[in-house]
Design a binder for this molecule. Structure first.
Ligand code: 5GP
Length: 182
């Protein structure tokens, strides 16, 4: 099963993903490849596989991704090889991807993989506050970029199986664990 969690950066995807992995057996993450620089807290092979822009473009040419996207001026992509091997070993994969990537994955995988798609909603003002309070300090420009993205992401909400207002971590986790356990 592949569980896709979307929502603008700051919506709480990372925390939710980590808690699901901690609390549920058989749930694992699937790190994407990215060309963005590492931030505080990033671990190679855990949060992402970090590669150069040139290497990423080579991998695109070699058809190594199910989907990829340019986001905040950096590449992000889902490796075919990594996804296939985890699915085959019966793992429940939790992955956070933005809306374009989700749309692509739904179209590519819906006939072969059990997919659950979840969108985490968060009010704009609350998001602004969360972005300001992040451990990995973002610049004002980076914060504005992410806030501007909110409207676009929310315009695509209808492609998701579930939309959850993430204003209470425990409540959101319970809902998602119930969905996965069905
Ligand atoms: P961040 O740089 O803050 O970790 O992530 C930026 C955005 O890239 C997030 O919205 C995240 O969901 C998205 N992202 C991460 N991995 C992938 C991926 O494999 N494909 C796509 N399309 N987006 C991704």
């Amino acid at each position: 099963m592949l569980v896709i969690i979307s929502g603008v950066s700051g919506a709480g995807k990372d925390t939710i993903k980590k808690e699901l992995i901690k609390r549920m057996e058989n749930v694992e993450s699937l790190p994407s490849y990215t060309s963005r620089p590492m931030r505080t807290g990033d671990i190679e092979g855990v949060t992402y596989h970090f590669v150069s822009k040139e290497k990423f473009e080579e991998m695109i040419k070699d058809d190594e991704f199910y989907e990829y996207d340019i986001h905040h001026n950096n590449y992000y992509g889902t490796s075919k090889k990594l996804l296939n091997s985890k699915i085959q070993s019966g793992k429940i994969i939790v992955k956070d991807i933005e809306v374009n990537g989700t749309e692509n994955l739904i179209n590519l995988l819906k006939n072969d993989v059990k997919l659950v798609t979840i969108f985490l909603k968060v009010p704009k003002e609350e998001l602004r506050e969360r972005l300001h309070n992040r451990e990995d300090k973002l610049s004002e420009e980076e914060i504005e970029l992410r806030l501007n993205r909110l409207e676009y992401e929310e315009s695509k909400i209808n492609i998701y199986d579930y939309v959850i207002k993430n204003d209470n971590l425990e409540r959101t986790l319970k809902i998602i664990m119930d969905i996965i356990n069905i």
